[in-house]
Design a protein around this ligand. Structure first.
Ligand code: GSH
Length: 211
């Protein structure tokens, strides 16, 4: 993290925002951090909407090229920075397909269930408890599949890749669920991620900047 870098990142403490910081720290990039308070509505301010009209975080602006590049969607920020640095994405075509496949898997088959359950449990007071339990069970199923995958692989795509970096902030919110269901392979993977200095720096930055 720095104050006059050519990369600007706009985040909050949510898993999608954390994902961008984790990737930036793991890739040892210099960047200007803009931490938005979503409860206060920073994402709706005109100066931010001029950067990302969708009014969502995260958003990355790369001013290192002649024409600045703005990238939204935390998954695309993962891919963009992996392409830019040549890190956490294999060079060989098959390895690249596998890492990208697992990145998409985490985005569509894990994050979507995690978000749905979180939204129902926190923001839908009239939702029947059985429906909330059903949604939690779908998160459990998604994590169980990852646990099975990690029984035979150290990391999702074999070697450490952007897919693992992208999963880490979701796992951090679901540690208790995974432990309750005895997902030991996922726990071993989580411990390996916990030990990474880039992940540790990212979590410290998030803690320091929470509103
Ligand atoms: N699919 C997007 C999701 C972006 C998103 O929904 N961000 C939320 C925070 S996690 C946000 O900015 N919410 C602000 C709002 O809804 O006003 C991504 O992965 O980046």
């Amino acid at each position: 993290m720095t104050t006059d870098a050519l990369l600007d990142v706009y985040v909050s403490g949510s898993p999608n925002g954390q994902r961008a910081i984790i990737v930036l720290e793991e890739m040892e990039l210099h960047y200007n951090l803009h931490f938005l308070d979503l409860v206060a509505g920073d994402q709706h301010r005109a100066d931010y909407l001029a950067i990302n009209p969708h009014g969502r975080i995260p958003c990355l602006v790369d001013r290192s090229a002649q024409t600045p590049v703005t990238v939204t969607q935390s998954w695309m920020i993962c891919l963009y920075l992996a392409e830019k640095t040549g890190r956490f994405l294999p060079n060989d075509p098959l390895g690249r397909i596998r890492a990208t496949e697992w990145l998409f898997h985490v985005a569509t088959d894990v994050m979507s269930l995690h978000s749905t359950h979180g939204a129902l449990a926190r923001h839908a007071p009239d939702c029947p408890p059985a429906t909330i339990q059903w949604a939690e069970d779908r998160v459990r199923d998604a994590l169980t599949y990852l646990d099975t995958r990690l029984a035979r692989n150290d990391f999702l795509a074999g070697d450490l890749s952007v897919a693992d970096l992208a999963l880490y902030p979701i796992y951090n919110r679901r540690r208790e669920l995974a432990a309750r269901h005895g997902m030991n392979n996922l726990a071993r993977w989580g411990n390996a991620m916990d030990r990474r200095p880039g992940c540790q720096r990212a979590l410290a930055i998030i803690r320091e900047n929470l509103p």
